[in-house]
Design a binder for this molecule. Sequence first.
Ligand SMILES: O=C(O)CCC(=O)C(=O)O
Ligand SMILES: [Fe+2]
Length: 348
Amino acid sequence: MPSAEPNAGSAPRQLPLIDLSSFLTPASSASSRAAVAQEVHAACAKFGFLYITGLDSVVSRDEMNHALAEARSFFLDTPEREKELLKIKGDGARGWQKLGENVTQYKADHHEGLDLYRPVPNEDSTKLLHGPNQWPSSPPTFRSTMETWIEKMQVIGLALMEATAMGLGMDMEGEEWAELKGLVKESFWVMRCIGYPPLPENAPGVSCGAHKDYGCWTLLHADSTPGALQVFLQSPDGDSEENGARGTWLNADPIEGAFVVNVGEMWDVWTNGLYKATLHRVIHKGSNYRVSIPFFYEPNFDAVIKPLPSALALQAKTSSSAASQAFAPSVVYGEFLAKKVSGNFAES
Ligand SMILES: O=C(O)CCC(=O)C(=O)O
Ligand SMILES: [Fe+2]
C-alpha cells in the first residue's frame, strides 16, 4: 500500500494513501474494488485515519479550490456584524461561532466556525439541532457552492461505506449491506467551515483540542498549511500521553487532490472496536489564516447503531478470545450527537 509521508524524517509511522477511484467509477473491476476494500479496512483497523485520492470523477481540483476560497472569503471578508447575525441560536448547533466560543475538553479553541446540517422537515429553532441553517449572504455564491459540495461529499461517503462493508466481508447482495446502506440513506451530515488565525505564542489552549469525531466518516479538505492537523497514534514507546494512553502525535499534512479521512465513533460500535475513532487536534502556529472544510458523513438521525454481524464474524475468525461477543452498547445516533453537541460550547 503506498504511503503518504507528510512529515518524513520525524514520523515513526505514516498514514496510508488509498486511491478510491474504483468505488467512484462504475466500470471498475470487481478485483480492483476488492483490493481497495482490503486497503480501506486495514487502514481503519490500524489507524482510523487515511488519505483518499482518485476523486476527480466526483470533484475537480477547481471545485476543491473554489469551496475553500468561498469559506475563506466568508471568514475574512464578511464584516463581524454580519457574522453576528448568523450566531448559533436556540438549536445550539447551526450557525457561526466566533473565535474562542467552541470548547474542547473544557478549553476554548482558537478558531471560528460555521456549521450547516442536513435540513429537517419541521424546523424548530428552540429544539436542539433542529433549527434552520443560517446561510451567509456573502460571498453570494457561498450557498450554491456548498450545496454542490455537500451532494458530492455524500457520494464519496457512500463509496467509503461500500468499501468498508466489502472489507468487513459483507455479502454485497445480502440483507446486511442493504440495512447498513439504509442507516446512512438520510445521512444527518454536517458541513463545517473552520477558520484558524495563528495561535498566539502564550495561548492557553490549542487551535482545536484533542477529540474524536462522532459519527461515521470525516472527509477533510484543508488548505495547504502544513503542521496543523495532528493525529494521535498509540504506541507504548510514544513520547506523549493523551487520555491515559501513550502515543505519538503525527502530522497529517494536506496532500494536493487528496482528502484526509477519519472514522468516527459510530464505527467503533459497528465493528465492536475493530475500527477505532482516533484522537486528533489542530495546532496552527504558522503566520497565515488557515481554512479547512470538514464534511461529516453521518448515519441518519434516528439510526440505531449496533455491532454488525460481519464485524463480529470477522472478530471470531481472527481472535481466539471472547472478543466476538457483542459488547459495544447500541446507540441511537441523534441521541449520541445531541449529548456531544450540548457539551461543546463555552459558558456564556
Ligand atoms: O481543521 C482540521 O484540520 C480538523 C478539524 C476537526 O478535527 C473537526 O472539526 O472535527
Ligand atoms: Fe475532528
